[in-house]
Design a protein. Sequence first.
Length: 413
Amino acid sequence: MTDNGWDNFGQQILDRVDDAIRYGDFSNLSRSVGNIINETIDAVRGQGGAYRQGSGSRYGNGGWQDPGYANRGRQNQYHENPAYRGGQSTQPVLYNQYPGGRVLGILMCVGGVLAALIFGVLFLAVALVSFGDPFVIAIAAFFAVLTALSVALAVAGTRKIRFLGRYQSYVRMLRQRVNVPIRELADRVGKSIDYTVRDLQKMIDKRLFYQAHIDRVQNYLILTDEAYNEYRAAQNEYAAQEQQREREQVQQTKKEQAEKEADENLPPECRALIEKGQSYIRHIHESNEAIPGEEISAKLDYMERVVTRIFDVVRAHPEVASDLNKLMSYYLPTTQKLLDAYRELDSQPASGEHISSTKREIEETIDTLNVAFEKLLDSLFEDQAWDISSDISVLHTILAQDGLKEDELKSKA
């Protein structure tokens, strides 16, 4: 690879992107960048540059391919704890639509109040005329007990009426839903979440809800066994993915620590190149997190992986650092400018045709840059394959000179 060819190539790309950002005209940006890449690669190949045909290259028309890139999208559907959303309930018997007991509750309340008044008056009347007579005092005590029992009956009736009233309030909120946050139910009846949970559990125990379950982790009431099983499966999957993310985070931390220790033994210019590259990789990752679109996220995921592999090669083979220094000075600043422009466009409250077309053009340019990154990575592996082929050729020559090749051994035998 000739530094001058790549240098002119990189400068042309950087100038084209600068002009697009300065004038706000991104039309045909990806085509222009693609033409520059193709012309430069053809020129470098014509000069016998690094891009040699064959030698195990895994790219055809699009360059080195990472398996699954074309169909890979953002896999962050569980980056937040999932609350099961459920669908529309079509089952007519999820709960008792006509619970009995309200009339009984009214009778208990009214009868208890009337009985309490009657027995209370009799108690007072007997108590006032007792004059210490044990028999009269016993009668007064008897009326006192009946008064207390009547009050208790009235209270029980009142509680029953209120209990059924809250049940009806819950049911009105649950119509056409198979799950609901308990916070909504608690707000509806003006009670705390803990009180509402106990209330709902009593209703489940009394078979007012036929299949209902309470999830105390997320505080949800789920009305069907099927919905509850799906919810638990989603929770278990989320927990498993959280554990996997934690394991990956630990592995990533160990890897970064190992890379940091390995980098300390590298030449200063190689360390500087890797540190600069890591800052650009972080910028790609942060931009990916900030941009919600799944399609561009897949492109940036892929770009981050390819660029990371490039610097892994630099870390393993410091001798290629000088070949990448000028090239990286153009590729990555260009990428950073494009991502910053895309994020600014994406943050606009309204998206007109101009913004949409500009974003599409930037996405296509990112595809073009991904191809360039692929070919750069592939060229590094080609250089290694070339060196290995040379070593093998020399080894075969030595073996032949010593008469140790297999065909010569057979002829001697």
